[in-house]
Design a protein around this ligand. Structure first.
Ligand SMILES: C[S@@+](CC[C@H](N)C(=O)[O-])C[C@H]1O[C@@H](n2cnc3c(N)ncnc32)[C@H](O)[C@@H]1O
Length: 172
């Protein structure tokens, strides 16, 4: 599995602990977050986590096709200002690359607490022809059990923000 933008890495470390037979890869640009994940893995005795430091869009573009069973993007930076929207990670080309690296039957899970981004993610991923929305086109999913609450999710909940979840399966 791959988690893009894992932040402090609590969700990734939890997943890796519960799935010790999976190879788990995190991609992150934030060095203190990478350090935090490595310390967490060390404390938990995990040997199935690898970290790639860098921009996920550039890195995934070079990954082999059909090589991933689960891709997770939890609470990507929302870039709420209109002039910054183009900086958002979840854009058609990026989702196309994520879909390409997923093996048939593989899943893409996403979550955000910023509604305009949630709607944009839904439209973008629904528009990717090799992904099927598990909740049905145009619909958000229930929160899955694949992740514990992430750092940003806890912060959002404490501020009273809602969370939108998205789940897709690679069709071909
Ligand atoms: C809002 S935080 C969410 C972190 C974590 N997923 C959580 O829910 O607590 C977004 C994370 O994505 C990372 N990030 C942003 N752009 C990225 C990119 N192009 N490639 C990899 N990581 C990225 C940031 O460094 C940050 O840690």
């Amino acid at each position: 599995m791959v988690e893009v933008g894992f932040g402090t890495g609590n969700a990734l470390a939890c997943f890796a602990e519960e799935h010790r037979d999976w190879d788990c890869i995190g991609i992150e640009v934030y060095r203190p977050g990478i350090g935090s994940l490595i310390l967490r893995c060390d404390a938990l005795g995990l040997h199935n986590v690898r970290v790639v430091e860098g921009d996920a869009a550039t890195i995934l573009a070079e990954w082999p096709s059909s090589s991933v069973r689960l891709a997770a993007i939890y609470f990507p930076d929302p870039w709420p200002k209109r002039r910054h929207v183009k900086r958002r990670l979840v854009q058609p080309a990026f989702v196309g690359d994520v879909a390409r690296v997923l093996a048939p039957g593989g899943r893409l899970l996403m979550a955000t607490d910023w509604e305009p981004y949630a709607r944009s993610m839904l439209k973008t991923a629904d528009g990717e022809p090799t992904l099927a929305n598990e909740a049905g086109a145009g619909r958000f999913s229930e929160r899955g059990l694949e992740r514990p609450e992430t750092h940003f999710e806890v912060r959002g909940r404490e501020s009273g923000r809602a969370v939108w979840n998205l789940a897709y399966a690679k069709t071909q």
